[in-house]
Design a protein. Sequence first.
Length: 106
Amino acid sequence: MSDGRSRMTPAVFFSGLMMVFGVLIAIGSGLCSVGLSIAGLASTRSSTEMWELLTMGVPIVGIVGGIPFGVGLVLFFAGRAWSRRATSDGPPPPSWPPDYGNPNTR
């Protein structure tokens, strides 16, 4: 009734879980970083404050928000690679009889 491919293996489940958590972490930290940057830009009133924000605020937002964003991307792509490897069929079976360069089979 059912072939062996319809069952979810633990590798497929955990790779999907990794991808979901990776996306959630990346989106959450990315939105937070963008929100903080926009709030910082909106609160500047002079060019010196703008320069101060660019020299001190952007690197801090990049470090604090960039590291979780990178971790989220790594989780997503690692889960995706694991899922593809877990669901691949492998190499095709060899053909029989083997073709040793017979010009009639080309």
